[in-house]
Write a protein that binds this ligand. Structure first.
Ligand SMILES: [Zn+2]
Ligand SMILES: [Zn+2]
Length: 595
């Protein structure tokens, strides 16, 4: 394996002349197997230069894995700045310890909430899968990965990577279980012995060494090791090379040198361990030694690791009796990297919630067949927590829902795309900024009037196309459309700059104008709660600006719009709106002439 250090600092980045040699970036390490499998351990600020390096040296379709030790800032702060996550076609798997209350993905999304960061993880262009880990063993291509809980205030995993007959172990952030060992002497027992076994026989051990033995007494409980403890455990476990890392922000290069000199002086002449201070940019190539002495010695420690379930999957609990709905939702849930689980009785539901802590509960409800509201009430009585409980129904009952403790509603029918966006928002505890247009009161009459025009699914016609061409030219927009909204879709009688002939009603901007019967102007979709998460905004055609003028029949029904679309934010005011009105009237006259 080949290891490169991209960040060696602990707690906070510390750039500047006094840290130039060992580096100012926080924890980030790149590991490659001989076969080329790419694993990154921790994504502190060092992930930024690593990401730039990967982009400049890799072909398209980059494939990589990120192991997060824990979600303290100095280990994840580089994620929003890790450019390969934004490139479509790249595939990344992100692994981290499974927390008690939220998934890795929820936690990572937390540092990307609007208050802290302008974009969300949903806007990563790469395909990303998140994996919650417990202790155990799993495989990343040709690398065997074993996880082990460390002693730190946050839930933290150490990683043992085995490939090509070599072993690399990463243990950051970790504090001695027995404080007396921080001085670098003493009997290794109990939990420290377990730690020793986990690192046993490593060709390279990368270990927390934030403090010195002298400093440690004033840092007890802060979750970090002394360099002396790292060396003591490394020797005990017959580690070949020990890289000290996670330097305290107060330690400049000269201080790191002093620590290293003192450590080396203290080693007995017979010691085989090679101790060095990890430096940003440094590369360590690890070759299997022909005699494999470390392996033989390691055999005296039976591997700590025989457990398999390292991957824990988050679940969504479903109380859905209708087979087709259950199937559709399960598919959406799996597509989000979650596991659907089902129950038949309320007691069973309570049990699953107690044991699995699902991220979300979805309950079907109608007035005749299934009573999701009663189940919701029972769940809330048993466990008064924040788990969102969503009712799947054909219509909303806000008052009844509030009384039963319902968090939100998923109104049928819905497209998979809509259900997926909603489920993602519920699981991540973020707001879903995609609101489907309400259905007008006079919907049946409106649909009948639209069908009576006999215009739906007819061929394109010049008399309409000249209107959209004029609109696009007059307002200098790339897209202009005459859009008609029927039961389940919006269909385009004429379109300039747009390939699709129709799209589903729940993504439709025009459906909002159909409901309100007012012109709708959205200056910047990213700033609009109704549209920011809409697939037409997030994906192609990436709408940023929309202006739709309603096409009104004499009976007061709105059948669609003449609308303008741009990929930049902009606005439309006063006289421009009047011109759009004029063009909409021309389009409407042509529609009526069809009859
Ligand atoms: Zn740290
Ligand atoms: Zn930490």
């Amino acid at each position: 394996m080949r290891v490169q250090f991209w960040g060696t600092r602990g707690s906070i980045a510390k750039p500047g002349p006094s840290t130039a040699r060992y580096g100012g970036n926080t924890s980030c390490i790149e590991v490659r197997s001989a076969r080329g499998t790419l694993v990154i351990i921790d994504c502190g600020t060092g992930a930024h230069p690593l990401g730039q390096h990967l982009l400049s040296t890799s072909a398209k379709g980059l494939r990589g894995h990120i192991l997060i030790s824990h979600t303290h800032w100095d280990h994840i702060q580089g994620i929003p700045f890790f450019a390969p996550l934004f490139v479509p076609g790249n595939r990344w798997d992100i692994y981290g310890p499974k927390g008690l209350d939220q998934s890795l993905r929820e936690t990572l999304a937390g540092q990307m909430q609007y208050t802290y960061f302008p974009i969300t993880p949903d806007q990563f262009g790469a395909t990303i899968h998140y994996h919650d880990l417990v202790e155990g063993t799993f495989a990343i291509d040709d690398i065997k990965v074993t996880t082990h809980y460390l002693n730190h205030p946050a839930l933290t995993l150490g990683y043992r990577l085995e490939a090509d007959d070599t072993t690399v172990v990463y243990c950051c952030d970790h504090e001695p279980y027995s404080r007396s060992l921080a001085g670098g002497r003493g009997d290794i027992a109990g939990q420290d012995l377990r730690h020793g076994k986990f690192i046993s026989g490593a060709d390279l051990l990368i270990h927390d060494a934030q403090y010195t033995a002298a400093e440690y007494p004033s840092k007890i409980g802060w979750g970090h090791s002394s360099a002396e403890y790292a060396v003591l455990l490394g020797q005990f476990a017959h580690v070949k090379k020990l890289a000290l890392t996670h330097y305290d922000p107060l330690r400049d290069d000269a201080a790191v040198d002093r620590v290293l000199t003192a450590i080396r002086k203290g080693l007995p002449a017979s010691s085989l361990i090679e101790v060095f201070a990890a430096a940003e940019g440094e590369i360590v190539e690890i070759q299997p030694s022909p005699s494999k002495p470390s392996k033989q010695r390691a055999a005296s420690f039976p591997a700590t690791v025989s457990l398999t379930p390292a991957l824990a999957k988050r679940s969504v609990l479903l109380g859905i009796t209708k087979a087709s709905t259950a199937e559709e939702l399960s598919e959406v849930i799996r597509a989000e990297g979650l596991r659907p689980s089902f129950f038949s009785t309320i007691d069973e539901a309570r049990n699953v919630i107690q044991k699995e802590h699902p991220s979300l509960v979805l309950l079907e409800h109608d007035r005749v067949r299934v009573d999701g509201m009663t189940t919701c009430r029972a769940i809330r009585q048993a466990r008064n927590d924040e788990t969102p409980v969503v009712i799947v129904a054909t219509q909303e009952d806000p008052d009844g829902g509030a009384a039963a403790g319902v968090s939100d509603w998923l109104i049928m029918p819905f497209t998979s795309s809509y259900a997926r966006t909603k489920i993602r928002a519920w699981v991540l505890r973020t707001e879903c900024r995609w609101i489907r247009a309400s259905i007008p009161d006079n919907e049946e009459g409106r649909i009948a009037a639209l069908h009576a025009l006999r215009i739906l699914d007819t061929e394109p016609e010049e008399r309409f196309d000249r209107v959209t061409r004029l609109a696009a030219a007059l307002f200098d927009v790339p897209v202009a459309v005459i859009s008609l909204v029927d039961e389940s879709r919006q269909w385009f009688k004429s379109r300039v700059g747009l390939d699709a002939k129709e799209s589903s009603r729940d993504v439709s901007f025009c459906a909002h104008a159909v409901y309100s019967r007012e012109p709708i102007i959205v200056s910047d979709t990213f700033q609009d709660k109704r549209f920011a998460d809409n697939p037409l905004v997030v994906d192609e055609p990436r709408i940023r600006f929309y202006a739709g003028y309603p096409l009104m029949l004499d009976d007061g029904n709105c059948i669609g719009t003449l609308c303008l679309i741009d990929v930049r934010p902009r606005t439309l005011e006063g006289p421009d709106l009047e011109r759009l009105h004029d063009l909409a009237d021309i389009a409407l006259r042509e529609i009526l002439a069809t009859r």
